[in-house]
Design a protein around this ligand. Structure first.
Ligand code: V47
Length: 375
């Protein structure tokens, strides 16, 4: 356990407004909305980062996690038309529209399994012609062919769509998916919970209440999930703190979230016209403040795909203890201008973590260690 010397930290702190927050963190007191806002308004990135790293190491020691995984996006045809999204198309006759058949899906998962993947992470569009059965079959054919792979599939937005398609309620949809082999839910679709911001960036998407209701229902059925926040577009710091605290409240109720992932907005090929990527400082601050506010979520992920390998590596000393995985084929961020590679070798992930002074742990989806690289 680290012994952080509070006197030393206070001496280094350039922002007096942070003193009461430092006290609270060191006394294990929960931070408030106002504390969250003060942290975002502060430029004292080193104090915020040190505090977050202190909490991370208290929770997870020096361990930092990665997973050998594959992303799979069965279709990009989607009825929603979110303004920030460069991946999906509303028109199935658009030249960039695609639909994978079951054979293609099996081939991709088979390749991933040969590469040592323990997880397949599936998200895609809400296709106007696909039935709930079509989506359910994706899960069952993968499970039938590869019984050992963990299927982390379908965001809350997709679960809501399946409920509308099938006439089943959320619990029934999730139960059917679980029976077919679903292992957990990914965190996409959260965007920013503020209804005003949602009206601008994703007017047709379900609101925050349904998003959290679906996750809490999954948790009650024994399924774990991750959760996200899309930042760096039109939202304010207040919106970010409000979003994070709503997740904290939900986690108090069910305890089913394993990890929080801040997703840095990628600005290209979409209808939002923001024109700029997030800054490294904003990425690090958002990760660190998430760690400080979310005292009840075990892990914070620095998603290298969206913030780049270098910032993800630094983030491992600013509150993150996870950098996601090998990914193998990333589309959502890269269609929108992500500058990172579309996949990563396991050796590179191990090196990034070691160079950050942490101990790499290959994990499964639920954070059970598969191999610790401590030599
Ligand atoms: O829901 C879409 C986001 C999400 C853009 O659960 C964009 O472990 C940035 O949720 N710029 C999908 N983000 C990806 C996702 C995810 C990724 C990695 C790990 C996990 C996890 C979840 O990507 C979408 C949306 O929020 N997104 N467009 C964009 N232009």
């Amino acid at each position: 356990m680290i012994n952080l010397d509070i006197e030393k930290l206070l001496n280094l702190t350039t922002d007096k407004d942070l003193f009461p927050i430092i006290d609270k963190v060191l006394n294990e007191e929960r931070l408030s909305f106002e504390d969250g806002l003060k942290l975002f308004q502060s430029n004292d990135i080193l104090t915020i980062g040190s505090l977050a790293n202190y909490i991370t190491e208290k929770k997870n020691g020096k361990y930092a996690y990665f997973v050998i995984n594959r992303q799979l996006n069965p279709t990009n045809v989607c009825v929603l038309d979110c303004k920030f999204c460069a991946f999906a198309t509303i028109d199935k006759n658009d030249p960039k529209a695609y639909e994978m058949n079951y054979e293609e899906i099996i081939n991709k998962v088979s390749h991933a399994v040969k590469e040592g993947a323990s997880e397949v992470h599936i998200v895609g569009g809400l296709h106007p012609d696909w039935s709930f059965k079509d989506y359910l079959n994706i899960v069952s054919i993968i499970k039938k062919n590869f019984p050992d792979i963990h299927i982390k599939a379908f965001t809350a937005v997709e679960i809501d769509y399946f409920s509308k398609l099938s006439g089943l309620d959320y619990e029934e949809v999730l139960q059917k998916l679980k029976e077919a082999g679903l292992g957990s839910l990914p965190g996409g679709g959260a965007e920013i919970f503020s209804p005003e911001v949602r009206r601008i960036i994703a007017p047709k998407k379900i609101g925050w209440k349904k998003y959290l209701e679906i996750h809490k229902t999954a948790h009650r059925l024994g399924l774990h999930s991750t959760t996200t926040m899309l930042y760096g577009h039109v939202e304010s710091y207040k919106d970010r703190v409000d979003h994070i605290l709503k997740i904290r409240d939900a986690q108090d109720e069910t305890g089913g979230f394993t990890c929080f992932i801040p997703l840095a907005y990628q600005p290209e090929n979409n209808d939002l016209n923001i024109g700029k990527h997030t800054s490294g400082i904003d990425d690090l601050k958002t990760i660190a403040i998430s760690r400080l506010l979310l005292d009840n979520i075990p892990h914070i992920k620095a998603y290298w795909v969206m913030i780049g390998e270098k910032i993800a590596q630094v983030a491992l000393n600013f509150g993150a203890d996870d950098i996601d995985g090998t990914v193998m084929e990333e589309k959502i961020a890269h269609f929108a201008g992500a500058k990172s590679p579309t996949q990563q070798q396991k050796e590179k992930l191990i090196r990034l973590i070691k160079e950050a002074g942490k101990i790499p742990v290959e994990r499964d989806t639920l954070y059970n260690p598969i191999r610790i690289y401590d030599k």
